[in-house]
Design a protein around this ligand. Structure first.
Ligand code: ZN
Length: 679
């Protein structure tokens, strides 16, 4: 009777713990903004001929119409959704100057260089701006002289420079301030994951310029953060556009991580060199600074061009590494969480997690740095249960830290549920089809369901005995004690004898199911030990009242070491010869066509999507080329591109069999690419 009460109490506690926290709210009706507007044809012309973009992505057109109608707008759009076009296109269409507030110098530089490459007069006013450019900008604001269409500033300029604000005032007074965009708007809110004090002062913009439309943009914001930033920016009547968190072009997978460090690196190195032999960019995330340096070094030893990046390095060194990677001079950045905001590279083809992330949100963001250009990309997480205590002893003191960690652990432990479905559930969104773009949906791995009720009994009894003797065990110690007791009891005849990793998997599953729990203790050496102890539901488990099932993969004869098993179900992104040539050409053009000696990024010359289209449609005249990449880029780079296309056609006519077969293979991929970007 009192037993039953205890059980109910335990269950209640559990349900309280697992209640959902974040909700993304629903999107505003779009019909009003998708109709026809007076600027339609001009907008279409600018989109294609200036920006070289074939069609709008989801919500872009509606957002642009809303801004053009003079409304305030809040945009929540996943990475790769095309946020910047939402303010850059209206900025080009409107008379006057658009002000863009962005938190990071590197982000701003990337944008300004990209816009300049398109022939759009964009400038930045930051601490690095030289006197002459500063003078030019102030004259443009003050007197309307010179050509200035988009002005980027950091939030510090708004909160600290009186001179700038007074010039902006004059600009507005003369009716030349067309719109204000606040990028990474979640930085306003203390509830967000990137709070910046200077963002708090941006409310002044709406107070000073109430008639100028403001567009606030961010990739992720919980409803709490949304409400907060609407209040801080003073845009209570804003029209809200919340896009789906779904990234249909990303393939999610979790790999069993070997306990042997070298084996993991071998697998990662094989994965990169076999899947991405043409220097396609990628990121490898690591748990600690030391691990990050070591993994980078070991990848280099295996012939991968990799550099490490973490918060202990000085800013200049970090900037250099980031720049080399952005320009395609190194292939992989091996980083800690410090490698985050400011990464604007659209053609990152793979993001590998060498270790577990600390939450679904962190993982969503980090893995989401892949495939912003909409082309198929891979997100791989290396997981082993032994990594859980390492993370949990770091996050247990954070608010909801353990709960958030266990969510991502659940994601990793699952061998059946759709990975994408886990994101929808986490962000409170309705389920959408995965289209086989995760390992669990695509996989043909055979699973075996094992009855682990007796194994569980032993685990629990071991822990109970320890508790009676006032002792504790770490995950590793618990596995050893389990093995000893298992042998002693001679269970192995009727029950499955589990391997070490499978026992670890079972123990973590029992933690997630609240049969067990983790406990933490600081040590003298400023570190924290994680122990496994009895959780709220240990009693029914000890009695064997609740059957426990454990899913394990049936061992395949395939070699664990990389290539073979990885090719299953994954979307390959081999480049055809022609694509590789175009990629080389864009790198060459980018380093020679910069603004005032600064080279622009290769993706500003040709996006990966444009490279795919070019290699598929093979234009050989200027008129044909213009239909693929628009007027501005054709004028700038047309000559070289056509030269390359013509020589390729000649090569093909000469009858290069191998090349032709490769191209056929690629054509199939292109179909996939097009359908994904239309979505
Ligand atoms: Zn799936």
């Amino acid at each position: 009777m009192s037993e039953r009460q205890l059980q109910l109490k335990a269950l209640l506690e559990v349900s309280k713990m697992s209640r959902n926290k974040s909700n993304y709210g629903s999107s505003v009706t779009l019909e009003d903004w998708s109709g026809s507007f007076p600027w339609d044809s001009q907008a279409d012309d600018t989109r294609f001929n200036v920006f070289g973009i074939t069609s709008y992505r989801s919500n872009q057109r509606e957002i642009i119409n809303t801004v053009m109608s003079g409304k305030d707008v809040l945009v929540i759009m996943a990475a790769g959704g095309g946020k910047s076009l939402c303010y850059q296109l209206p900025a080009v269409l409107c008379n006057g100057i658009a002000l863009v507030v962005s938190p990071l110098l590197s982000l701003i530089q990337d944008q300004v260089m990209g816009l300049a490459a398109l022939g759009i007069p964009a400038y930045m006013l930051t601490s690095t701006t030289n006197k002459e450019v500063e003078k030019f900008i102030y004259r443009a604001l003050d007197k309307g002289e010179g050509e200035l269409k988009i002005l980027y500033v950091t939030p510090e300029k708004i909160s600290k420079s009186k001179r700038f604000m007074s010039k902006l005032e004059k600009c507005h007074h003369a009716g030349r301030l067309s719109l204000v965009a606040v990028d990474e708007a979640h930085c306003c809110s203390q509830w967000g994951h990137d709070f910046r004090p200077d963002y708090k002062n941006l409310g002044i913009l709406k107070i000073q310029f109430p008639s100028v439309p403001m567009i606030a943009l961010t990739a992720t914001a919980t409803s709490k953060v949304q409400m907060d930033l609407i209040e801080i920016l003073h845009i209570p009547k804003c029209v809200k556009f919340v896009s789906t968190v779904n990234r249909p072009n990303l393939f999610y997978k979790v790999y069993e991580k070997s306990p042997v460090g070298k084996v993991v690196i071998d697998e990662i190195a094989n994965f990169i060199s076999e899947s991405y032999p043409n220097n396609e960019s990628g990121i490898v995330y690591c748990f600690s600074r030391r691990e990050c340096e070591q993994v980078a070094k070991e990848l280099c030893d295996r012939g991968i061009s990799a550099e490490h990046y973490h918060a202990d390095m000085d800013i200049i060194a970090r900037e250099k590494i980031h720049m080399r990677w952005s320009q395609g001079k190194s292939q992989v950045i091996v980083g800690t969480v410090a490698f985050g905001m400011g990464i604007n590279k659209p053609d990152v083809r793979f993001v590998i997690h060498h270790s577990l992330s600390k939450s679904m949100e962190t993982y969503y963001q980090e893995s989401g740095r892949a495939g912003r250009d909409g082309l198929s990309s891979e997100c791989v997480l290396y997981y082993r249960p032994g990594d859980v205590p390492r993370q949990s002893s770091m996050v247990f003191y954070e608010n909801c830290g353990l709960q958030n960690l266990y969510d991502i652990v659940r994601y990793c432990q699952s061998k059946r549920s759709c990975r994408r479905g886990a994101f929808f559930q986490h962000f409170g969104e309705a389920l959408q089809d995965c289209n086989g773009m995760c390992d669990n949906c695509a996989s043909s791995i055979e699973l075996k369901e094992i009855d682990a009720t007796n194994h569980t009994k032993i685990v629990v009894s071991v822990l109970r005995d320890l508790k009676l003797n006032d002792q504790r065990a770490t995950l590793l110690q618990l596995v050893d004690k389990f093995k000893a007791k298992w042998k002693g009891l001679g269970y192995s005849n009727k029950d499955v004898d589990l391997k070490r990793e499978e026992i670890e998997q079972l123990i973590v599953q029992l933690i997630l199911d609240h049969v067990l729990k983790e406990e933490f203790q600081h040590t003298a050496a400023y570190s924290t030990n994680a122990y496994v102890t009895l959780g709220p539901l240990w009693k029914p488990a000890l009695q064997g009242n609740r059957p426990v099932k454990l899913e394990i993969a049936v061992e395949s004869s395939q070699d664990r070491g990389g290539g073979g098993r990885l090719s299953k179900g994954a979307k390959r992104s081999w480049m055809s010869d022609l694509e590789a040539k175009l990629d080389e050409l864009r790198r060459e053009l980018s380093s020679s066509s910069g603004n005032g000696g600064i080279s622009i990024f290769p993706h500003a010359v040709l996006s990966s999507e444009q490279i795919s289209l070019l290699s598929c449609q093979k234009p050989t005249t200027e008129a044909e080329l213009e239909k693929v990449i628009g007027k501005v880029k054709t004028e700038k780079y047309g000559g070289r591109i056509i030269e390359l296309m013509r020589s390729d056609v000649t090569d093909a006519r000469a009858g290069n069999g191998a090349d032709a077969s490769k191209r056929n293979k690629k054509d199939k991929d292109v179909v996939f690419v097009e359908s994904s970007s239309e979505e």
